[in-house]
Design a protein around this ligand. Structure first.
Ligand code: SF4
Length: 318
């Protein structure tokens, strides 16, 4: 049977992170999430208390504990993942919790150096907000990028200033574009995070905004479906005003994601299609979709059924 080949040179119908790791590192590289002990400017400096959906407890794996420090967390993580996955090409230190550039360049530099001295660490991934990239941090990131694999993950979350204001994100869409511009000027690889399901937004608006994501031009993309966590501000909003939210079922989400990635640049590597957190954190349990690997299988089946792939409708959508 003739093998298919898509614009990214792989056989899968979307530009997968697995393909990227195989090409760049020769196999699977596992992220080890760490909590560096930073906070978040949006929680500290604003009376409203941060993003309305924020629950860092839900976003952090159970073995992550600030008290063990970066080195302890990386060692615990390595032990955990070595029992569960074949991470045959090593690990990334993933500075995931809160805002990991909400500190000084010298403090971040010390933590990154400590991480890179650990066995098996192949690079650093730093997660942050678009409004937390001062020049001193950008200069440090540029230097770090010259000595190891680096990716900076930026939470965009929405392409609507109205939504960003409503969920109390504390930055604008323009600010996100500016952050990507500054990182790209320094040749630093970027990953964009977006959320589908925020209040007042619809599948139609997300499809329309695929062109904005293409214009942002991140190397990587993480898609999250909105999950509502216990005790968050958005939980009260959802319980009082469910009509503000578009809630997907699994089949609807698969169809929507296929429609979306058909309009996505083939250059963008897709890392995730949905969020996955322990169900005990969820307020509204029917928002828990399939497990990620099950969802990916269904997306690939649907793309095959359509004889379609990432970017097929790009010309018509821009
Ligand atoms: S930027 Fe992240 S850590 Fe800060 S309030 Fe928002 S979701 Fe929470």
């Amino acid at each position: 049977m003739e093998e298919l080949s898509f614009p990214w040179g792989g056989e899968r119908r979307f530009n997968s992170y697995g393909r990227f790791c195989n090409e760049r590192f020769g196999g699977r590289v596992q992220r080890i999430p760490v909590d560096a002990g930073f906070s978040c400017p949006n929680r500290e400096s604003r009376a409203e208390g941060g993003c309305t959906y924020c629950s860092n407890q839900a976003f952090s794996p159970a073995y992550v504990a600030k008290s063990t420090g970066i080195v302890g967390q990386l060692r615990d993580g390595r032990l955990f993942f070595s029992k569960h996955y074949n991470s045959n090409k090593g690990y990334f230190a993933y500075f995931q919790s809160y805002t990991n550039t909400f500190t000084t360049a010298s403090k971040l530099s010390g933590l990154c150096d400590a991480a890179l001295r650990e066995a098996g660490i192949r690079g650093i991934i730093i997660s942050t907000r678009p409004d937390c990239l001062p020049d001193s941090i950008l200069d440090f990131l540029s230097e770090l990028n010259g000595k190891t694999y680096l990716c900076v993950e930026i939470g965009i979350e929405s392409f609507s200033d109205k939504t960003l204001g409503h969920i109390n994100r504390g930055h604008t869409v323009e600010c996100a574009f500016e952050a990507f511009r500054k990182l790209h000027e320094r040749n630093i690889p970027t990953c964009a995070h977006i959320i589908f399901g925020l209040p007042f937004e619809t599948p139609g608006s997300w499809i329309e905004e695929a062109k904005l994501l293409n214009a942002l031009n991140p190397e990587f993309l993480k898609i999250h479906h909105l999950q509502i966590f216990k005790g968050t501000q958005i939980e009260s909003e959802y319980l009082n005003n469910p009509g503000r939210f578009h809630v997907f079922d699994s089949d609807g989400y698969v169809n929507f994601i296929c429609d979306y990635i058909e309009r996505l640049s083939p250059n963008i590597v897709i890392e995730r299609f949905c969020s996955e957190v322990p169900p005990r954190f969820l307020s509204v349990s029917h928002w828990q979709l399939l497990r990620h690997h099950e969802l990916v299988g269904k997306i690939e089946d649907e793309l095959e059924q359509r004889d379609s792939f990432q970017g097929i409708r790009l010309k018509n959508s821009n």
